[in-house]
Design a protein around this ligand. Sequence first.
Ligand SMILES: CCCCCCCC/C=C\CCCCCCCC(=O)OC[C@H](COP(=O)(O)O[C@@H]1[C@H](O)[C@H](OP(=O)(O)O)[C@@H](O)[C@H](O)[C@H]1O)OC(=O)CCCCCCC/C=C\CCCCCCCC
Ligand SMILES: Nc1ccn([C@@H]2O[C@H](COP(=O)(O)O)[C@@H](O)[C@H]2O)c(=O)n1
Ligand SMILES: [Mg+2]
Ligand SMILES: [Mg+2]
Length: 219
Amino acid sequence: MLNKYARAFFTRVLTPFAALLLRMGISPDVVTLIGTAGVTVAALAFYPQGIFFWGTVVITLFVFSDLVDGTMARQAGLSSRWGAFLDSTLDRVADAAVFGALALWFAGRGDDLLLCAVALFCLASGQIVSYTKARGESIGLPVKVNGLVERAERLVITLVCTGLAGLETFGVPYIGLLLPVALWVVAAGSLITLVQRVVTVRKEAAEADAADRQGGTAT
Ligand SMILES: CCCCCCCC/C=C\CCCCCCCC(=O)OC[C@H](COP(=O)(O)O[C@@H]1[C@H](O)[C@H](OP(=O)(O)O)[C@@H](O)[C@H](O)[C@H]1O)OC(=O)CCCCCCC/C=C\CCCCCCCC
Ligand SMILES: Nc1ccn([C@@H]2O[C@H](COP(=O)(O)O)[C@@H](O)[C@H]2O)c(=O)n1
Ligand SMILES: [Mg+2]
Ligand SMILES: [Mg+2]
């Protein structure tokens, strides 16, 4: 949903910045790499220590590089298969760092093994959700479904709630509860999305196989 409705808005807002980076001679690949490194280092440096507010502020600054790199590539006519591969692959790294870092917090000073498991579930299910689409497309299916919780939703829910939860350190009572809420919502949403995508791929695969058999090209 966010991908559909919010992407156009943020792309417009970030377009002048993307143009500036291009004028400075910076390539989209460099932005992809620096953005991922920034998210990864910030998540692993701040979240396992329970520094949720400032951690989220820094992660958010870097996470927007994922919109800037594509905007730069399109503006400069540099969109490439390599760029698409790099972008998607490094998305997985950034996601693993965010949810892995939250799991580390709950395994350590956060002291809650159930929430550690939920964070790990968010990490794994998010990766599998993305894999279903990539694999479906690699075997020639359209995979005409995005599902309830795509990557943008996973990130926005998690980052907004984790950032707000960090305000507990500044004396806002009960707001820390938003972090477990976000993890449970992302976990449930990812599971639903996984089912939506698997069901779609199964249907599309059956239709494609039937069409092949009719055309006598089944293997
Ligand atoms: C006082 C409290 C302060 C608390 C501080 C909190 C600050 C944090 C606030 C907001 C966080 C905003 C996070 C912004 C997240 C940006 C999202 C983003 O970059 O998404 C990337 C996404 C994916 O694009 P790609 O095409 O590159 O990726 C594909 C995708 O990964 C596929 O995965 P799948 O979906 O299948 O699982 C892969 O299959 C594919 O390989 C891969 O290529 O880009 C988008 O989707 C674009 C939409 C971005 C929408 C951004 C919305 C930002 C929303 C709100 C910001 C509001 C901030 C205000 C917060 C105030 C808090 C009180
Ligand atoms: N280093 C890069 C990064 C991205 N691309 C191209 O942009 C597409 C992704 O766009 P986003 O708005 O989601 O970042 C990607 O599929 C590539 O076509 C690129 O070429 N090089
Ligand atoms: Mg990108
Ligand atoms: Mg991306």
